[in-house]
Design a protein around this ligand. Structure first.
Ligand SMILES: *Cc1c(COP(=O)(O)O)cnc(C)c1O
Length: 411
């Protein structure tokens, strides 16, 4: 018997075989992977995980593949850093940074979801993979497809940062830049997915893809000695990551790997694209789509597929969904870099700025354990931060010139 029971509609609970489908034919609800937890329970243990590979595949028992992992064998198991400088600055004794800005191979958390989606794509017999991306997903699909010998198409908004565009082209997939925003790209890709027999990782393979995000919760609990933290702060684009961090902690509790789960799940958005934060503040279930206008392009989804579920989870766990201005995002990037030596992209700036806001508001207390998810690397979004970092001191190649500069800087 397989650990995968099949797919199940999140809304009407109708079940489907575990194929490349993602929407319920009856109610149009999203499909999710259903597992045989009783079977998983007999297989999984702390000891088995501890002896597993130093990658996200140490949690293979809880991931939706049937054979053995073939993609992303070095992905995950990223550093969990006790923020010994930033924590005290924000009045927090137990602040941790989960640092996916160094996640292999393409330096964002998206390598987790792609490892799972492409392993599953291979199992389902696809030879071509594709995605609709705000940037990081395209980078990860391009790199992993090259390594795993898939044909590859990535679709991106044409106004992405140059680092993210180059970070596709170098792997030589077919890069299609669409003159529109992410929501336009996504709509187009849904149509293309209906016409071509390709594995669109975040469309027809979305039920498998999204499960990769759970590993951030598993790694967090394992690093905290099999405990979930009191608070987590999670960036929101489609809202999938936030919902899967919640699911990951709950699965660990259900399987007896952690107990007393009381984690408050907070969400972070950029003010220039904050449909989920806006609905949360209005205590509304309805997410009014927006046209994104923010430097945080990796989070710029105006019509977020899982926004509704993200709000439910924040409400259920006593979490808060906050938004921050582009200026605060730049401040967040610098705060993390200057205090912890971690250079994150604009999405990480959003997370740190919201973290700071929640600490200032007293939502996060001094003795509480807090984990902030840093999901991408700053070298990919250099144009966003360049105007805010100053310039080097230019000198002649002699001691006198150096000493003159030192003197000037001391004045
Ligand atoms: C995609 C992405 C997210 C959030 O993704 P969801 O769509 O909410 O799952 C967060 N940070 C970065 C850097 C991303 O690329």
């Amino acid at each position: 018997m397989s650990k995968i029971k099949g797919l199940v509609c999140k809304e009407c609970k109708k079940t489907y075989p575990a194929e490349a489908v993602h929407v319920c034919e009856f109610c149009f609800g999203p499909l999710e992977v259903a597992y045989n937890y009783d079977q998983i329970h007999t297989k999984i243990s702390k000891e088995k995980i501890l002896n597993g590979p130093l990658s996200l595949w140490r949690y293979e028992d809880l991931l939706p593949i049937e054979s053995t992992p073939t993609v992303g064998l070095h992905t995950g198991f990223t550093p969990m850093v006790h923020a010994k400088n930033l924590g005290p600055k924000l009045g927090l004794d137990y602040l941790y940074i989960k640092n996916d800005s160094v996640n292999p191979p393409t330096l964002s958390f998206k390598d987790r979801v792609v490892a799972v989606a492409l392993t599953r794509a291979k199992e389902l017999g696809f030879d071509t993979v594709a995605c609709a991306s705000t940037g990081n997903l395209a980078n990860s699909v391009s790199a992993n497809a090259a390594e795993a010998n898939f044909k590859c198409f990535v679709f991106i908004p044409s106004d992405l940062e140059s680092g993210k565009i180059l970070g596709n082209l170098v792997y030589n997939p077919r890069v299609v830049a669409v003159e529109g925003n992410y929501d336009d790209v996504n709509r187009l890709c849904s149509e293309i997915a209906g016409e071509y027999p390709w594995a669109f990782v975040n469309i027809n393979l979305r039920p498998y893809y999204s499960e990769g995000s759970k590993t951030l919760a598993y790694e967090t609990a394992e690093a905290l000695n099999w405990r979930a933290p009191d608070h987590v702060v999670v960036p929101i684009a489609s809202g999938s990551l936030l919902t899967k961090i919640y699911k990951g902690f709950h699965e660990f509790e259900r399987l007896g790997l952690i107990s007393d789960l009381t984690t408050q799940i907070h969400g972070a958005q950029a003010l220039g694209c904050s449909p989920v934060a806006t609905a949360f503040k209005k205590k509304s279930d309805f997410i009014q789509p927006v046209k994104p206008d923010t430097i945080a392009k990796s989070l710029a989804i105006g019509n977020p597929a899982d926004g509704f579920y993200a709000i439910k989870i924040a409400q259920e766990t006593d979490g808060i969904i906050e938004s921050v201005t582009d200026e605060e995002i730049i401040g967040g990037i610098k705060l993390l870099a200057e205090n912890e030596g971690i250079f994150t992209e604009t999405a990480g700036g959003v997370t740190v700025a919201v973290l700071k806001k929640l600490a200032t508001q007293g939502v996060l207390k001094k003795g509480a354990s807090v984990v902030a998810y840093i999901t991408g690397n700053g070298l990919k979004t250099q144009e966003a931060i360049a105007p805010a970092v100053g310039a080097p001191s230019l000198i002649q190649p002699n001691l006198a010139s150096f000493q003159q500069t030192l003197k000037k800087e001391r004045q």
